[in-house]
Design a protein around this ligand. Structure first.
Ligand code: HEC
Length: 143
């Protein structure tokens, strides 16, 4: 029983932050004082995350400037503004989610043909969109 609980806890700890470049660094620096639950539900643009980092350095967070840049890149990438995949235009999909033009076009074609997406699994069914890309952005995809 205790073993099962430990397994569940470690699986939850593992699932913490979406996988994208900069995750390990962000985990290492930001988990020094509090867990990711303190910031992972926020959706901010780059400027907003820069402000958070400024505030955290004044609270004592320490890293080199280039590491903080990488952390801002990571946070703005995975916890940037939400994108509604049922209404977003191609431009929003490419600029905000980092889809290629082909991927954005494929998503829109799929949505026109099959109706609204309801879950991430629906989005994963669109032919030609990289699953890794969807997983990296999953915190920002809304329906
Ligand atoms: C030196 C300690 C320390 C480090 C390192 C740190 N924080 Fe914080 N952070 C705090 C404290 C203290 C609070 C306020 C209490 C709380 O919510 O736990 C806080 C709160 C926050 C909040 C809530 C907003 C607020 O102003 O109350 C966010 C968002 C946040 N941190 C993000 C981050 C991110 C992102 C990182 C990694 C770059 C980070 N923190 C690293 C100390 C730290």
């Amino acid at each position: 029983m205790r073993f099962a609980i430990a397994l569940i806890l470690s699986a939850a700890a593992f699932a913490q932050l979406p996988d994208a470049p900069g995750r390990e660094l962000t985990q290492k620096i930001c988990n020094n004082c509090h867990g990711p639950e303190t910031f992972q539900s926020r959706r901010l643009n780059r400027e907003g995350w820069e402000k958070v980092i400024d505030e955290m350095t004044s609270r004592g967070a320490q890293a080199s400037d280039s590491d903080f840049d990488k952390i801002v890149d990571y946070l703005a990438n995975v916890f940037g503004p939400n994108v509604n995949v049922n209404s977003a235009a191609a431009k929003e999909l490419t600029e905000s989610l980092g889809f290629s033009q082909e991927e954005a076009d494929a998503l829109i074609r799929y949505r026109e043909k099959n109706g609204s997406f309801k879950t991430l699994d629906d989005v994963r069914k669109v032919p030609g969109i990289s699953a890794a890309k969807i997983d990296a952005k999953k915190a920002r995809i809304v329906f």
